[in-house]
Structure formats: structure tokens, C-alpha cells
Design a protein around this ligand. Structure first.
Ligand code: AQP
Length: 332
């Protein structure tokens, strides 16, 4: 990681399943593009995943697969710091501290908590509730200037800012108050089966979600089964969530505008359109899959990358944690 005075960008992703086309187009692709302009710090947020029960063997595989897939998307360990959150103990420590500076009422208002507790009614654990404090710790430990987030994470980022302002108000300038931004070209990808909901790693309907590591055949099948509408006209508009979603995906992978896409498919049916979108996605993901296959075979190289990044992240984050602890009154 370069150390000159570039702004610090922090972002993280959960290895709660295999990385999706939504994660790629909405987040990781922008991470790659930011590497030259900023000091980028990226985390694989594995501590966050256990707010939902995980199968141990599957979790281990998901962590390594996610690490390799994200590197395969173009994260360069020479340019950016890309570490594994659970290897850097400062995250859990600062999260505990921030729990004590966050109000019950604030956490109760988080829509993700409400959504996830409705989805996992048999396991509404305290971690699910205090998840935003761990997220705040992730960000604040690195004195991040900017945090690219999807629209779904905006509320959590606002809370991180509120916590930082509150803490600084009590103890002086300990944390940089980060700015959140939703990258301009960060597409919001919806489920192919229920286009009113976002595409999610943990979607139970396998046809709704395209994974970066799906084979071309599987990707094509998922696009051919994508939900559309009965109008049979490729245009962006109200009540056409399925087509809107396919158009956004096609636009994100080809760079074509929505108008250009409408023109391209004038007089053509949804069958042709879905096939073309599927093929464009297959082509966009092909080099990522090839690179992933090389990386996942070389576990020693992967380990070398994350161990080095873990160490740097620990060194950096320890400074912030110590400062916060001293201000509170701990003896270090
Ligand atoms: N469908 C999406 N479209 C655009 N961006 C998306 N992101 C997630 N889904 C979409 C963005 O990916 C980044 C990492 O997300 P995360 O792994 O921290 O958590 P998430 O948003 O909860 O992702 P999933 O895939 O929906 O995971 P599960 O199923 O475990 O809840 C974020 O920047 C997010 O905005």
C-alpha cells in the first residue's frame, strides 16, 4: 500500500456466500477502479457473517473463495490492503467499546435489523442488533475519509458517523468522520426471480442470483428464466422491474446507455434480449473466473497476501484503538 497523502477509502464485504453479480457491479468493480487514486483498505468481513448461522466447513470455503474471487476481480495486493477482518483483533475490541457509545433506540431503527430478524425469526441474536457497531469499528479504525456503500448500507454509515461525532465530542478528535458515497456507476442489481428485491448471496431461490463463479451454462439458464412482464417491449419504465433490472445489468457490463439498449432491441422479443444479456454477463465474468481458478489453486500465494495485509491492518488500526482506549481511561 502506498503511503503518500491520498485519501483513505475503506470498504468491506461479507463472505456470507459466494460473491454475486450484484456485489461485483455494485461494489467490487468500483473498488478496483479506485485503487490508483486512493489509499484503499478493503476487508473481508467474516465476523459479520456469524450474525446468521453458518456451517463451519462451508464458512471456511466461502472465506477463501471470496478472498480469491475478489482478488480475481482485480484487487491488487501491491496497491491495496485487502485483509481478513477476524485476523485483526482490533475490530472486535473497538466494536465492544462502540457498543457502549451507541443507544438501543438508534440500533432499533436500523432497517437491516428489522429485515434480517424477520427473515431469521428463530435466531434474533444480539450480534444482529449490534452489527452496525462492528461496521462502525471497521471504518473508524482506519481513519477513513471515504466509504463507498450501496444504497442499502447508507443508514449504517450514517450511524457510524453519528457514533464518531459523539465519541469525538466527549474525548477530542479520535476518529475521522467518514463521508459515505454511492458510486455513480454502482448498479443496484435486483433478483432475477423477484426484481423488487436486491440480488443477495443468501437468496434461497438459486435462480434469482448469479454468482461470479457460476458456469456459463448456469448463467445462461438463470437469465433465460428471469422474470419479465407481458408487454414484450424492451423499454425502461414503471411496472417493468424485471426488464429494468436486465437493462441495468446489460448497461453496466457493456457501457451502453438505456436509450441505446432500447434502440438495439426495438422490434425484438424478450427471448432475444435475455439471451444477449446472459451472453454479455458470461463474457464480462469469463476473465474473473479464469483468474479465480488460478488463484484458488495457489493457496500459499493467497495466504501470503492476506497474512501480509492482516499485519499491516493490525499495525494501522492499533494506533486508533490505543488512542480511543487512552482517552476513555484504560491503562495501556
Ligand atoms: N444486489 C446488489 N446490487 C448492488 N450492490 C450490492 N451489494 C450487495 N448486494 C448488491 C453491495 O455489495 C457490498 C457488500 O455487501 P455485503 O456482503 O457486505 O452485504 P450485503 O449487502 O448484505 O450483500 P448480500 O449479497 O445481500 O449478502 P447477504 O445475502 O449475506 O445479506 C455492499 O457495498 C453492498 O451494497
Amino acid at each position: 500500500m502506498e503511503t503518500e497523502k491520498k485519501k483513505i477509502v475503506f470498504s468491506a464485504i461479507q463472505p456470507s456466500g459466494t460473491i454475486t453479480l450484484g456485489n461485483y457491479l455494485g461494489a467490487v468493480r468500483n473498488w478496483v477502479n479506485m485503487q490508483d487514486e486512493f489509499n484503499c483498505i478493503y476487508a473481508l468481513a467474516d465476523l459479520h457473517t456469524i450474525t446468521v448461522r453458518q456451517e463451519p466447513a462451508v464458512m471456511r470455503k466461502n472465506i477463501l473463495d471470496a478472498y480469491a474471487s475478489i482478488m480475481a476481480c482485480g484487487i491488487d495486493p501491491e496497491k491495496s490492503l485487502f485483509f481478513i477482518q477476524s485476523h485483526v483483533h482490533t475490530h472486535a475490541e473497538l466494536a465492544w467499546i462502540l457498543n457502549c457509545y451507541t443507544q438501543f433506540g438508534e440500533l432499533s431503527r436500523m432497517t437491516q435489523f428489522k429485515d434480517k430478524s424477520a427473515k431469521h425469526a428463530d435466531n434474533i441474536n444480539a450480534g444482529l442488533f449490534t452489527y452496525p457497531c462492528l461496521m462502525a469499528a471497521d471504518i473508524l479504525l482506519y481513519q477513513a475519509d471515504m466509504v463507498p456503500v450501496g444504497a442499502d448500507q447508507k443508514q449504517h454509515l450514517e450511524l457510524s458517523r453519528d457514533i464518531a461525532v459523539r465519541f469525538n465530542g466527549l474525548y477530542g478528535n479520535v476518529f475521522k468522520v467518514p463521508e459515505g458515497f454511492i458510486p455513480k456507476n454502482g448498479a443496484r442489481v435486483m433478483s432475477l426471480q423477484d426484481p423488487t428485491r436486491k440480488m443477495s448471496k443468501s437468496d434461497e431461490n438459486v435462480n434469482g442470483c448469479v454468482h461470479l463463479l457460476d458456469t456459463p451454462e448456469v448463467i445462461m439458464k438463470k437469465f433465460k428464466r428471469a422474470v419479465t412482464d407481458s408487454e414484450a417491449v424492451v423499454r425502461y419504465g414503471e411496472g417493468k422491474e424485471g426488464i429494468n433490472n436486465l437493462m441495468s445489468i446489460y448497461s453496466a457490463v457493456t457501457g451502453k446507455t438505456l436509450e441505446e439498449i432500447e434502440k438495439e432491441f426495438e422490434g425484438k422479443g424478450y427471448g432475444d434480449f435475455k439471451t444477449t444479456v446472459g451472453e454479455a454477463v458470461v463474457e464480462a465474468l469469463r476473465p474473473i473466473k479464469t483468474r479465480y481458478e488460478q488463484l484458488i489453486r495457489d493457496k500459499a500465494y493467497l495466504e501470503e497476501c492476506y497474512r501480509k495485509a492482516d499485519e499491516t491492518a493490525l499495525r494501522f488500526s492499533r494506533r486508533t484503538l490505543s488512542k480511543a482506549m487512552k482517552k476513555i481511561g484504560f491503562i495501556l
